[in-house]
Design a binder for this molecule. Structure first.
Ligand code: ZN
Length: 370
């Protein structure tokens, strides 16, 4: 770390604790990380939410200790309701600057994150003009880079529960207020309420403007992955665990090296990646199939996790060792939207950090995964 970053009020304890194992803990903490699937609203520490709510006179039903009820997010609607509350207290440029800074420092560099493509959801901040959001976020991004050296870009998220027309309007705003830091668009909120085909026009507009494209696919059928690739022109898929239900689509994604940005803890709680039993079997299936998998934390404090803990959980559930976990970072560098010069620099930094990362013997696997 280059300088002392400003710290937010505390993060909640991990929602999916693992057995104490100092060697594994030291290894996962030191591993270099590249973050492609993390939402700004979902990174806000509960103490910060409480402070911003007080600043703007917004009443909260809960305090910092129980603001995030991790296990209730098996119901995606309940999770999105809390997410909307958090989004509603981030209002002025200072707020956006603060939460961006905290996301990139306490939630980023403190966990060895070298680079983050942060998902930003303008529709999650009702009444706040996009230029004001951008102004604050860019300020936070610059301060975090100055203080800690972390690099970041922005992915603008379309709320898929809204109309295709609203998505086009958002992309028009992104194009009108184009800045270098905004490198692409994404598609989030509940897939069941917004099939990807609804957003073809918005995605074509983004393509014409030279923006990269990704989209969430957490609950849809495997054929939605084809819609993402062939109709929306996505170069990667967020979640996408159901791809392994279709061998043909899986084979194509392996051949084309399509990246899947997986988020173990949030997807386990949300049941996107399986039964919520902590086995992370879908992620293992995807890795075993040869898919390009990256690991991130989605909405870290909201799901009681962080960039280190998601890897720690995989080490314990799947027995992955240092080099297997480091491969997720290698994949993320390949999958990120920096240019080749930027990727080469990131590879150099990651290699240096990996060389300083101690190995650890694999933890004992749970009975059912042996
Ligand atoms: Zn997500």
């Amino acid at each position: 770390m280059i300088a002392t970053a400003r710290r937010p009020p505390g993060y909640p304890p991990h929602s999916r604790p693992v057995p104490a194992d100092p060697a594994v803990d030291a290894m996962v903490a030191a591993l270099p990380k590249v973050s492609l699937h993390c939402h700004l609203i979902g990174t806000v520490a509960p103490g910060t939410v409480v402070e911003l709510a007080a600043k703007h006179g917004v009443p909260l039903e809960r305090g910092a200790e129980d603001l995030y009820d991790h296990d209730s997010y098996e119901d995606l609607g309940e999770f999105l309701r809390v997410l909307d509350v958090v989004g509603s207290v981030i209002r002025d440029a200072d707020d956006f600057s603060r939460v961006t800074y905290e996301s990139l420092t306490a939630g980023g560099t403190d966990h060895g994150v070298l680079y983050r493509e942060l998902h930003l959801s303008p529709p999650g901040h009702p009444g706040v003009p996009y230029p004001r959001i951008l102004e604050g976020v860019l300020a936070g991004l610059r301060d975090a880079r100055t203080d800690t050296g972390i690099d970041a870009r922005l992915v603008i998220g379309i709320n898929r529960e809204r109309s295709g027309g609203a998505a086009v309007e958002l992309v028009e705003q992104v194009v009108e207020h184009r800045v270098d830091e905004v490198v692409g668009i994404g598609l989030d909120y509940a897939e069941v309420n917004g099939p990807p085909g609804r957003f073809v026009e918005a995605y074509r507009l983004a393509a014409r403007a030279g923006l990269q494209r990704t989209a969430h696919s957490e609950s849809g059928p495997p054929r939605h992955v084809l819609t993402l690739l062939d109709e929306l022109g996505c170069s990667r898929v967020d979640h996408g665990y159901h791809v392994v239900d279709d061998p043909e689509i899986t084979a194509r994604c392996v051949a084309e090296r399509i990246p899947f940005t997986c988020t173990p803890v949030s997807s386990d709680i949300g049941r996107y990646s399986g039964s919520g039993d902590g086995t992370h079997a879908r992620i293992r299936q995807m890795v075993d199939a040869g898919l390009c998998v990256t690991i991130d934390s989605d909405d870290p404090p909201m799901f009681g996790t962080d960039a280190t803990h998601d890897l720690r959980v995989l080490a314990h559930a799947l027995g992955y060792r240092r080099d297997q976990l480091a491969a997720f970072t290698t994949n993320a560098i390949d999958a990120c939207w920096l240019d080749e010069t930027g990727k080469a620099e990131l590879r150099r930094r990651a290699a240096a950090a990996l060389a300083a990362t101690p190995d650890a013997p694999p933890p004992a696997l749970p009975e059912e995964t042996r």
